[in-house]
Design a protein around this ligand. Structure first.
Ligand SMILES: C[S@@+](CC[C@H](N)C(=O)[O-])C[C@H]1O[C@@H](n2cnc3c(N)ncnc32)[C@H](O)[C@@H]1O
Length: 225
């Protein structure tokens, strides 16, 4: 199976992306644990996909940027411009946003789609206010190294998405160089929380094989002043 590039892959995945996966479920639990209270705060979700996490986040302003107009269109909508919610098409490596505008920045399951993560970390740090929290998650490099691929299924079959492995050390060094200091590092492994997803797919034998594999890496950083 040859991997689809990111634009084409998410154009095709957009209509069915809303279905939660084990990875997105585990990512949500980790991000909830790391995110400070959002009331009265400005939140950016860089690489927000459909923007599905934004309306419920409880932020005063929630902004979602994604490379894929189809993903935004399939979710909260493309070009939304409300006092509490905005969506824009853009690249996390060149965010169409001003400096120091956000109290909390998420970048969830995006950076593995980039050949290098350094430019993106520079941009996440640029748009974060002094003292802001920047939370980055990625498909875990240990899972990728063990041969696990980023895939989705639609009516035409299973498709693989372009993915680049960034080691934990590379993430942390890129963040440090961008002016982000590490506050917390977490990972989520395949275990009880993921079991229902395997059961629903009729893949409990695979669940037993994957048990305890780290699949999501999450880091919270503080933007230095
Ligand atoms: C696995 S999805 C995650 C979406 C969302 N963060 C979530 O957790 O539901 C990855 C998203 O990253 C977006 N993406 C990939 N490369 C990007 C880039 N360079 N700039 C902005 N978004 C990008 C894709 O279009 C896709 O919507």
């Amino acid at each position: 199976m040859s991997a689809l590039d990111v634009r084409e892959g998410y154009r095709r995945w957009a209509p069915t992306y809303a279905a939660e996966t084990a990875i997105s479920y585990l990512d949500t639990a980790l991000v909830a644990e790391l995110t400070p209270p959002l009331a009265g705060k400005a939140l950016l979700d860089a690489g927000c996909g459909t923007g599905r996490r934004l309306p419920m986040a409880g932020a005063a302003l929630a902004v979602g940027v994604d490379l894929s107009p189809e993903m935004l269109q399939a979710g909260v909508g493309l070009g939304v411009d409300r006092p509490d919610l905005r969506t824009l098409v853009g690249d996390v490596r060149d965010l169409p946003l001003p400096d120091q505008a956000f109290d909390v920045v998420w970048c969830r399951l995006v950076l593995g789609h980039l050949p290098e993560c350094e430019t993106a970390y520079g941009e996440l740090a640029r748009v974060a206010a002094a003292g802001a929290t920047v939370i980055v998650t990625d498909f875990h490099p240990v899972a990728a190294a063990a041969g696990h691929r980023r895939t989705f299924r639609d009516a035409t079959g299973v498709h693989e998405l372009e993915h680049h492995v960034h080691s934990v050390e590379r993430h942390l060094e890129a963040a440090r160089r961008a002016g982000l200091s590490l506050a917390a590092l977490r990972e989520a492994r395949i275990g009880d929380a993921a079991r229902p997803f395997y059961a629903q797919a009729g893949k409990l034998a695979l669940y037993r094989q994957h048990l305890d594999l780290p699949v999501v890496l999450a880091a919270a950083f503080r933007r230095e002043g």
